[in-house]
Ligand binder design. Sequence first.
Ligand code: NAP
Ligand code: ZN
Ligand code: ZN
Length: 349
Amino acid sequence: MSKTRGYAAMAAKSPLGPFSFDRREPREHDVAIDIKFCGICHSDIHQARDEWGGSIFPMVPGHEIAGIVTAVGNKVTKYKVGDKVGVGCFVDSCRKCPQCLKGLEEFCAVSMVLTYNGKDKEGAPTFGGYSENIVVDENYVLRIPDNLPLDAAAPLQCAGITLYSPLRHWGAGPGKKVAIIGLGGLGHMGVKLAHALGAEVTVLSQSLKKQADGKRLGADHYYATSDPETFENLKNYFDLIICTVSTGIDWNPYIELLNVDGAFVIVGVPDKPIPVAALPLIMGRRSIAGSLIGGIRETQEMLDFCGKHDIACDIEVIPIQKVNEAYDRVLKSDVRYRFVIDLASLKGS
Ligand code: NAP
Ligand code: ZN
Ligand code: ZN
């Protein structure tokens, strides 16, 4: 065991503050990582405030981890000391169920081991990336392409894959019309990735405040959802709509913006059920679906795609001492477009 410093929430809704805990010594298949940067995902806030229920405290959030390998176990073959690596939302899974065998570990029939707010296979709580270092089995570690900076690549481990996976699954590419609802951490990656995949991309945002950014990120069109005309003008238009909104909104007007066979895909996680009318789905064979991050193989594919297309996140780097302030700003949609914690600030404190 080695003592590690981090920032934790000690209870739901209490601000995060300094916290020390133990990390295991690397086992034969483990990689020890010095964490350089960690993104702030809206899911960190949902969980630190126990908005989904069942949160485990103390909680060290953080599942958009980027760092450098400092030690490897004697059976590790994939990584060596000095490699640029990432860790996303989970650090283990059963490895035997049909989903794990297909590379869909996020849907593990037994249970994936969440990077934080989870329990490892020995039943100990897991602690995430708002900390100095982490020890992870090599099979759950990702390689960050050399041309991507570690800070801007950190959020790819969650925001990147959460949009890449549904874009690929629902065939975003040339000739497809894709809309992204919400230009936040996930949404801005959706715009960049859908554009790079060759789709026509539209942002549906609450206002036109971020329109210039949206176009710079790769959007072909940008509309305000506060304007009722948006819903008139875009009826039956899209093949795929991805909803990244973190709170409950009425999905029904958006479903009517889908073309025949179009899909409305939910990735944002509102805390309450949202009623959906049957007829707009029936009239147009439209579907409504959800999507959860992505498996290790697909996450690596996404990172390699980003390396090839020189795609990373638009970030605002903060010292860890500003994490509570950053949470408040995310809640006000005041983020351009991902906060990333520089963990050097923790080491100096
Ligand atoms: P974020 O940076 O806060 O972005 C959410 C965006 O939603 C905001 O920037 C805003 O965009 C829009 N929005 C916020 N409140 C709204 C409201 N009342 N009405 C309409 N639009 C609103 O959050 P994020 O980190 O991208 O995460 C988004 C959601 O995805 C969270 O619920 C998170 O837990 C979830 N998530 C899911 C997965 C998964 O695997 N499914 C993975 C990661 C995160 P505009 O200002 O442009 O309107
Ligand atoms: Zn996340
Ligand atoms: Zn499994």
